[in-house]
Write a protein that binds this ligand. Sequence first.
Ligand SMILES: CC(C)(COP(=O)(O)OP(=O)(O)OC[C@H]1O[C@@H](n2cnc3c(N)ncnc32)[C@H](O)[C@@H]1OP(=O)(O)O)[C@@H](O)C(=O)NCCC(=O)NCCS
Length: 198
Amino acid sequence: MSGPVVVVAPLPQVLPRGRERVELQRDHARRAVRASATAQQSPIAELRKNADDVPQASRGWHWSLSHSPARVAGAVWSTSIGIDVEERREVRPDLVDRILNADELALFAARGEDGFLRTWTGKEALLKEFGVGLQALSRCRIVRVGASELEMRFDTLVRVVHQRIFDDHVVSVCTADGRVPSFVVHTQPLEARREVAS
Ligand SMILES: CC(C)(COP(=O)(O)OP(=O)(O)OC[C@H]1O[C@@H](n2cnc3c(N)ncnc32)[C@H](O)[C@@H]1OP(=O)(O)O)[C@@H](O)C(=O)NCCC(=O)NCCS
């Protein structure tokens, strides 16, 4: 059976600064979530979070989103879900050491990959699916690396994180049921939803 529809879109090229920029990124990420809901005929209502910032399910539908400097990604799904999108960039060696352990580095090296962005987004997606923050990073571990998926453990729980790998960015998706997502990749920023007058 098919998995969640994950919507990925660029942000506008010219962005405001400071607080306004953050608000615009968050707004576009929510457009991606809404577009995913429409594609899946999900009746999800408000996109509410709890006091710890964790997205709360509505009408049985879970949601997750991510904003990076240049794009957003979002989706709804019938089980818990976590999404992360990140662009390629220069990284400091100490950050690599913090994100990837020696065994994980070896798994990627065997494939001729550095693995940084796949690991970064994979662990973020896993943490988000469990609704926990970065303090739980050491509980995430990669045990197998495939062409477009990572088999991971969160403590003793197993997850397959599915990934869409582009030249300059990676999108990772983790769900409790492990279904393979489909990706709808927009080349233009998402437009605001038109409210229908009742
Ligand atoms: C907050 C965190 C969950 C994600 O932060 P991020 O990658 O910087 O930001 P993203 O845009 O990808 O995701 C932010 C969204 O995640 C959601 N979110 C926040 N906390 C969450 C949690 N505990 N569980 C699930 N989702 C969460 C929110 O919807 C938030 O967006 P909003 O504030 O607009 O609603 C956390 O993992 C973090 O602080 N990361 C910092 C980056 C880092 O060092 N990563 C290490 C790589 S493993």
